[in-house]
Write a protein that binds this ligand. Structure first.
Ligand code: SAM
Length: 432
């Protein structure tokens, strides 16, 4: 198969879905409505719904969108090609939610997403935490870790294929455990990185964040100085109702240690506002929290009640206007903090990895610093995949503008290939 340019040209359309908030779920049904006339005109078109909404709302999907050919849970990726073929041959609706199909498949190429310079390697699936707001344990099931051999072999292939950067993925990467291997051992495995320029990982859970991870980040320049550690709230009372398993004091002491060991470490976090029962005072504790450690980035969300979660039984008693006011206040304060942090980069020379022409302006190259900041600058698209030095000229809360510094001298000898085209030919499949 190869990607089609538009829905109209596609033979197979897959919706990969997220159930984490209600809005994301609703979008799936809206999108399926748009696809309906297409399927009526072309009955041979295969429409599949994959991922967490499929897992949660299987019957509802078939009821509200009878033109869907199959639904498939997030743990069944290895069944995808069989499902597509069956849907093409037999014209009846199919559903796969087999929990036994829980082994994470070794993919023929490191999973491709944008940017094309970064290979994503899944190390674990599912979640054993019982956070009261979260639907993930219901949709993705218990934690399952891939063997280190399988991870190292996929990572080695990705590096061999010319990917300069790898990101290790999992709901709680630092809960990784396989026999005698824990996350620190995996991250430090020498065989993970030959030929690699950058190694990232996400998401870490505060409860499992050990000092040894920060020590390793300090010792290995290939591990990027960036840590995403979702805190969710600045109030201990809210954290306890969320059943996060740590206090703010414990969280702060972990990031203080990480910062003391890794100079220049960039920190990001997730915050939910308007959790059931959140008082004004409890929300103020969250504002106190974000003023103090000064996060480089915050992903902030209004609490969304998810069916089947323990919090769904609590009164969702914070008014919608109050929730959105709180979100707005939080984001306003954070924008000021981010602008201040980024302004500190102006005038500095930073090593960036070029990710390719910017989606906003193809005449400009988008790149990232080791700490994950976006830097745009002018240069030829052939520089994609290269590490080079850029002087930062100006910065806003969300991105920076720079200029390549003595580009010829600073270019590394990294091979650049058209990774995307190559990976397609490696798959060896023919177009449908
Ligand atoms: N596994 C990670 C952890 O627990 O730290 C995060 C996984 S989740 C996919 C990403 C973020 O979505 C969470 O950190 C949380 O801030 C947000 N989120 C999850 N459930 C939510 C809900 N019911 N309403 C609003 N935001 C939610």
């Amino acid at each position: 198969m190869r990607p089609a340019a538009s829905d109209r040209e596609a033979d197979v359309i897959l919706l990969n879905t997220c159930a984490i908030r209600e809005k994301a779920s609703q979008k799936v049904f809206a999108r399926l409505g748009v696809l309906r006339p297409l399927k009526i005109r072309r009955p041979d078109l295969v429409v599949g719904v994959c991922g967490c909404v499929a897992q949660l709302e299987q019957r509802e999907i078939f009821r509200r969108a009878p033109h869907v050919d199959f639904v498939m849970g997030p743990r069944n990726v290895s069944s995808l090609s069989t499902l597509v073929n069956e849907a093409r041959n037999k014209r009846h609706q199919l559903a796969v939610f087999d929990p036994r199909d829980s082994l994470i498949p070794e993919l023929p190429v490191a999973a491709l997403r944008t940017p094309r310079t970064r290979a994503y390697v899944t190390i674990m699936e599912g979640c054993n935490k019982g956070c009261t707001f979260c639907v993930v344990p219901a949709t993705r099931g218990r934690e399952a870790c891939r063997s280190p051999e399988s991870i190292l072999s996929e990572a080695g292939r990705a590096a061999g294929e010319g990917f300069p950067e790898i990101e290790l993925l999992g709901q709680n990467v630092n809960a990784y455990r396989s026999g005698a291997w824990d996350f620190t051992r995996l991250l430090g495995a020498d065989s993970l990185t030959p030929g690699l320029k950058r190694l990232r990982f996400t998401t870490s859970h505060p409860l499992h964040f050990k000092n040894s991870i920060a020590d390793l980040m300090a010792a290995r320049p290939v591990i990027c100085r960036y840590l995403h550690l979702p805190v969710q709230s600045g109030s201990n009372a809210v954290l306890s109702r969320m059943r996060r398993g740590y206090t703010i004091e414990e969280y702060l002491s972990k990031i203080a240690y990480a910062r003391s060991r890794v100079p220049g470490l960039a920190l990001s976090t997730d915050i939910i506002v308007g959790f059931p029962g959140e008082t004004q005072g409890e929300f103020e504790r969250t504002l106190d929290l974000i003023r103090e450690p000064r996060f480089d980035l915050i992903y902030s969300f209004v609490y969304s009640r998810r069916p089947g979660t323990p919090a769904a039984g609590m009164a969702d008693d914070v008014l919608a206007e109050v929730k959105s006011d709180r979100l707005h206040r939080l984001q306003e304060i954070q924008a000021g903090i981010q602008a201040g942090i980024n302004a500190g980069y102006v005038g500095r020379v930073e090593e960036v990895l070029v990710e390719g022409p910017s989606a906003m302006d193809p005449g400009v190259l988008a790149s990232r610093t080791n700490t994950g900041k976006i830097v745009n600058f002018t240069g030829p698209s052939e520089w994609t995949g290269r590490l080079l030095e850029v002087r930062i000229l100006n910065a806003t809360a969300n991105s920076m503008r720079g200029e390549a510094r003595d580009a010829a001298a600073s270019l590394t000898s990294l091979r650049h290939r058209d990774i995307y085209e190559e990976s397609l030919s490696l798959e060896g499949g023919s177009a449908p």
